[in-house]
Design a protein around this ligand. Structure first.
Ligand SMILES: [Ca+2]
Length: 228
């Protein structure tokens, strides 16, 4: 016996309702230009020493220099007389008068020929600010990349926003203790800040497969019932 049309409609409506939030959450990112496809738009760059020695710039010289085409962000240093910090930051709005957990992540890569080493390192930092622009508490930091990895590796940090916070800030940081020798550099790409933990975000494709599998089971069950 054929499956009644009303069951098909119910199954399709259920699929739509389940899939909708899954797709929305997958793309939840509070940052502007998180993959540097629009250059450094939306990002503020800083360097504590001369720009000729520490540089922060959009990079897209070739395939290995980005995680997603066509660009990434490069931070490099050859300062040898003094320590330096350099990087990029971007603010994002937080829910007012509400404490929420924010999850931040970025891919980092350091090449062996310009390796982070001997104290030169890179990491992510998450900060909170009140309505007067004053920082609330200490920065929360991700694990540090302290040597070359020669691959795009995801680094993550999460933290709860204080009740008084009106803004959060994600920083992509590099520290160089100041040493002689060849360059130290690190690349950042695909930065994300969101209210959903990246590892638990359902992927649209797998969600679709899961739902279509469930829908097949339901329709089969209905057809079986109708056959009885
Ligand atoms: Ca990119």
């Amino acid at each position: 016996m054929k499956t009644p049309i009303c069951y098909k409609i119910i199954v399709l409506a259920a699929m739509f309702l389940i899939l909708l939030p899954a797709v929305v959450f997958s793309y939840d990112n509070l940052l502007n230009n998180p993959s540097f496809s629009d250059g450094i738009t939306g990002w503020s760059l800083w360097s504590t020493v001369d720009e000729e020695d520490v540089t922060v710039a959009q990079s897209g010289l070739g395939e290995i220099f980005y995680n997603t085409p066509p660009y990434s962000l490069e931070v490099w240093s050859d300062a040898y007389w003094d320590y330096a910090t350099a990087g990029a930051w971007q603010n994002f709005s937080v829910s007012p008068s509400q404490s929420s957990t924010y999850y931040a992540s970025s891919f980092l890569r350091s090449f062996s020929d310009e390796a982070l080493r001997d104290g030169a390192e890179a990491w992510l930092a998450l900060k909170w600010y009140d309505s007067n622009g004053a920082q609330l508490g200490d920065a929360i930091t991700s694990p540090h990349l302290v040597s070359f990895n020669d691959e795009w590796q995801s680094f993550q940090v999460s933290g709860e926003s204080p009740l008084e916070a009106v803004e959060g800030r994600i920083e992509l940081r590099m520290y160089d203790p100041g040493m002689s020798g060849s360059l130290r550099s690190v690349y950042f790409d695909d930065v994300r800040v969101g209210l959903e933990q990246p590892t638990t975000v359902p992927e649209p494709v797998s969600t679709l497969l899961f739902i279509s599998g469930g829908a097949t089971l339901i329709t089969r069950r209905f057809s079986r019932k109708n056959k009885k």
